[in-house]
Design a protein around this ligand. Sequence first.
Ligand code: SF4
Ligand code: SF4
Length: 338
Amino acid sequence: MRKTKFLKLKLREASFISRGLLSSRHPVLAHLIPMRRCNLACGYCNEYDHSSSPVPVDVIKRRVDKLAALGTSIITISGGEPMMHPNLDEIVHHTRLRGMIAGLISNGYYFTPERIKRLNKAGLEYLQISIDNVDPDEVSRKSLRVLDKKLGYLSEYADFHVNINSVIGGGIKNPEDALTVARRAVELGFSTTVGVIHDSDGTLKPLTPKEKDIFQQVKKLGNRDHARLNWFQDSIAEGKPYNWRCRAGARYLYICEEGLVHWCSQQRGYPGIPLEEYTMEDFDREYNTEKWCAPACTLQCVHQVGILDNWRDPQKTPAQMAAEQEKKETVGEMIRVE
Ligand code: SF4
Ligand code: SF4
């Protein structure tokens, strides 16, 4: 990424962070899914199929417009594999036209010099690729050996920020792979982060001493801003719950291919309201609702968004929120009768 563009992006990020600290009444980050289909089938993933069609670009543009109207700062296009969407460049460009930061999460398979140049032109600002291992196995083919050539293209041609995420925990066979991936990312001039994942049955288990050692080494190689923002990972690495306020459904939105708003990729169905009907009343309800799944949550980006508001506005349980709503409705009824 060119230095001038990088500095501009950093300034824009800083202004969005200040705006997020000054006001809690707009979404900071939205994950938008234009395509559920994926070319891979990772063993741990529940976010893909092999048959669905891309969402028509006009429909996606209307969703981008609605997110802009809600005051969203950043849209990250995700999937499935969003690079399979035939109009991805147009979606990125439209996001930029509406004044938001445009990011992309991809498995990296479709990057060629020509595709990278098109994304440069569309105005992409941020790309994240997760690499799970060095050599492909029965669980994941998001592997350094397969993707290294693509990373070389990105290093040469990308005029956007590239972050490579490696993973540790969850019974991953060779924990030292995370270190190999992170070292290669740094060598190519990318930033690098590491995700701590749950055991395959979803329970919190402490990392083994070897995994912990590798986790610390990868963190040292990585983006210092991210390391500062990811304190929760130290608790998860110890197998301990982390106490924080998840603002999903408000400051963070997950918009599925059907255009419904969900808390996140792992809690689809809550609240499950169409984006076009989403109001600030929905925003306030979700902002104030305590999420039962928060103590064991490993979703880095939602944690990072949560930091903006962790110090303010304590949340209530869904039962307390429902009782409060009922009280409001009863008072409203009495006033109407009066
Ligand atoms: S590449 Fe991503 S979306 Fe596709 S199966 Fe793997 S984790 Fe899921
Ligand atoms: S705590 Fe984590 S899993 Fe639960 S809604 Fe928030 S982001 Fe999703």
